[in-house]
Design a binder for this molecule. Structure first.
Ligand code: P53
Length: 478
C-alpha cells in the first residue's frame, strides 16, 4: 500500500474559504444594514480606511467594491455547484451580522437575512459539503461603530452574544463547525476592519486596540459557551492571522525581537485556547500604559470557555531585526511589515512565498496548544489573464499550492493533528487589503474588474482540475 495515501486522515475537510463582504454583494438586499467593510473604498484611500477612517459615511466620489462584489448573493447555487464539482468536503463562509441584525442590536432578527443563509446551508447539504462558519469577518455593524465606537465598548459584547445565540439556534442542525472572529489579531494591524474602532487624536492607540481586543476575547469565549450549550455536537475554534517571524540575523537581539512579534499574535490564541492572559502581557501593558479593566467575571468566562480547535490563515512568513538601517533599505510592502527575506521569492503584491514557513507555523502552534489545527486560509493572489478559450493558465498558482500542501503533509508527519484545509478565495473575490478584483486567488475566474465592470461570468482556471484531483486522491496526488 502506498504510504503517502495515509498521511492525510480520511475525513479530512478539503475545501475553500470566503468572507461574506468579499463575495456576496447585495449590500442592501432584503433589509441588510451597513457594516464597517461597506465603507471601505477601492483605491489609494483604502489603507487609511482600514486603519482609521476619517469619516463613517459613504462618499459619492468613492467606489465601494463590497457593494456588489461578485454577486454571490444571486449566484450561490451555481458557485456551490462548482465547488461540489471540485469535490469540496467543506466550505468556509461568514455570516454577515448585519443581514441578521441590520443595526447590530435590533430587538428582532431580520427573517429575510436568516433565510438567505438557510438557503446556502441547504445548498451545501445537497452537495454533502460541510459548512464552516465565521461569526465575524471584518464586518462590525456600522451603527455600532457610530454609536458605541465599535469593540471599544463593553456593550458590544452583549450584542454579539445575542447575535451568536440567534444563529446557533437557527442553524444548529445545519452547521457543526464554527469560528468566532476572523484573524482576531487584525485589531493590531488594521484596527477599523478588525474591531470597528477609530482612534482619536491624543488617544493612546494601543490602549484602544487592546481594550477592543479584550472585549472580543470575552465575546469569543461567550460565543464558545453558547455554541457548546446550544449545539453540543459542534466544534468551535479561534482564528489567527499567522506566519512565523524569523530573526534577520543570528544576533540574539534579532531573535528576541522575532519572538516578541510572534507573541503579539499568539497573545490572542493563548487566551482563547488556554483560557487566561499570558504572563508576558503584564510587562507589555505596564510599559505601554495599557489598562483594559479585566474583571473577575471576565477571567472566569475566559477560563471556562476555551476553543475546541485553533484555525489560522497562512500566506507568508515574516522577518524582523532591531537594526533600523535594514528596515530603511530592505523592507517589503506587505500589510504586516517585514524585512525582505533573501531566501524567499515574492508575489506580485510583495508577499513572501514560504511553504516551509507553513510547516514551521503549524508545528509552533501545535506545540503551544496541543489542540487540533485547521488551515482555513492559504493561497496566492496574482494577476490572471483569461485566454481565448476562457481559461487561465495559472501554473504559478498550482506551484504555490503544491509546495504548501507538501509542507502541510510534512507537518502532519511531524505529529500535528489537522482537521482540514480550505484555500482562500476558491472563486475570485474582492481583496480585503487592496479592494482590487485584480488580486485573484480563485480556481474559478470571475469576469469583474477593479472598477466594477464585467458580466460576473464564471470560468474554470487550469488550477480547477488540479485541485479537484488533489481532493479526489485525498492529497496523495499533488
Ligand atoms: P487580501 C492582509 C490584509 C487584509 C486581510 O488578503 C488579511 C491579510 C492577510 O493576513 O487577511 C486575510 O485579500 C483575510 C481575508 C483576505 C485574505 O487574508 O488583502 O482573512 O479576508 O482576503 C487575503 O489579498
Amino acid at each position: 500500500m502506498n504510504k503517502e495515501k495515509n498521511i492525510i486522515p480520511e475525513n479530512f475537510l478539503w475545501g475553500g474559504a470566503v468572507a461574506s463582504n468579499q463575495l456576496e454583494g447585495g449590500y442592501l438586499a432584503d433589509g441588510k444594514g451597513l457594516s464597517a467593510v461597506d465603507i471601505l473604498p477601492a483605491g489609494d484611500n483604502r489603507q487609511i480606511y482600514l486603519e482609521n477612517p476619517p469619516s463613517l459615511e459613504l462618499q459619492d466620489e468613492f467606489f465601494y467594491p463590497s457593494h456588489n462584489a461578485i454577486d454571490f448573493y444571486n449566484h450561490y447555487k451555481e458557485d456551490i455547484a462548482m465547488f461540489a464539482e471540485m469535490g469540496f468536503k467543506c466550505f468556509r463562509l461568514s455570516i454577515a451580522w448585519v443581514r441578521i441584525f441590520p443595526n447590530g442590536n435590533d430587538k428582532e432578527p431580520n427573517e429575510a437575512g436568516l433565510q438567505f443563509y438557510d438557503a446556502i446551508f441547504d445548498e451545501c447539504k445537497k452537495h454533502n459539503i460541510e459548512p464552516l462558519v465565521t461569526l465575524q469577518h471584518f464586518d462590525t455593524p456600522l451603527e455600532l461603530c457610530k454609536q458605541y465606537g465599535g469593540w471599544r465598548s463593553r456593550e458590544v459584547i452583549g450584542f454579539f452574544e445575542n447575535y451568536c445565540k440567534v444563529v446557533f439556534e437557527r442553524y444548529k442542525d445545519k452547521v457543526k463547525y464554527w469560528l468566532t472572529f476572523n484573524e482576531i489579531n487584525m485589531v493590531l494591524h488594521a484596527p477599523f476592519i478588525g474591531a470597528g474602532i477609530t482612534v482619536k487624536d491624543g488617544e493612546n492607540p494601543l490602549q484602544v486596540q487592546y481594550l477592543a481586543a479584550h472585549h472580543q476575547l470575552v465575546a469569543s469565549a461567550l460565543a464558545t459557551k453558547a455554541c457548546h450549550e446550544i449545539i453540543p455536537d459542534a466544534k468551535i475554534g479561534c482564528m489567527l492571522a499567522s506566519g512565523t517571524t524569523y530573526p534577520y540575523t543570528a544576533n540574539p537581539d534579532d531573535f528576541f525581537h522575532a519572538l516578541t512579534r510572534d507573541r503579539q499574535a499568539y497573545f490572542f490564541t493563548d487566551v482563547q485556547s488556554r483560557g487566561y492572559y499570558p504572563t508576558y502581557t503584564k510587562r507589555f501593558f505596564e510599559e505601554n500604559n495599557i489598562d483594559i479593566g479585566i474583571t473577575e467575571e471576565d477571567k472566569a468566562i475566559l477560563q471556562t470557555h476555551v476553543v475546541d480547535f485553533v484555525s489560522f490563515s497562512y500566506y507568508s512568513s515574516k522577518c524582523t531585526t532591531t537594526d533600523e538601517e535594514v528596515w530603511k533599505h530592505n523592507s517589503d510592502t506587505n500589510f504586516m511589515r517585514s524585512v525582505r527575506n533573501p531566501y524567499l521569492q515574492y508575489t506580485d503584491w510583495d508577499w513572501s512565498i514560504d511553504p516551509v514557513g507553513l510547516r514551521i507555523t503549524m508545528n509552533q502552534i501545535y506545540d503551544r496548544y496541543q489542540k487540533p489545527l485547521f488551515v482555513v486560509e492559504n493561497g496566492l493572489g496574482a494577476i490572471d489573464e483569461l485566454d481565448e478559450n476562457n481559461c487561465v493558465d495559472d501554473q504559478y498558482r498550482i506551484d504555490y499550492f503544491r509546495e504548501h500542501l507538501k509542507q502541510m503533509k510534512e507537518a502532519i508527519r511531524d505529529g500535528v493533528e489537522l482537521l482540514g484545509y480550505t484555500s482562500w478565495g476558491p472563486i475570485d473575490l474582492v481583496s480585503a487589503g487592496s479592494g482590487q478584483m485584480s488580486k485573484r486567488y480563485g480556481f474559478i475566474y470571475v469576469d469583474r474588474d477593479n472598477d466594477g465592470n464585467g458580466t460576473y461570468a464564471r470560468y474554470k482556471k487550469k488550477s480547477f482540475d488540479w485541485y479537484k484531483e488533489v481532493i479526489a486522491t485525498n492529497g496523495a496526488e499533488l
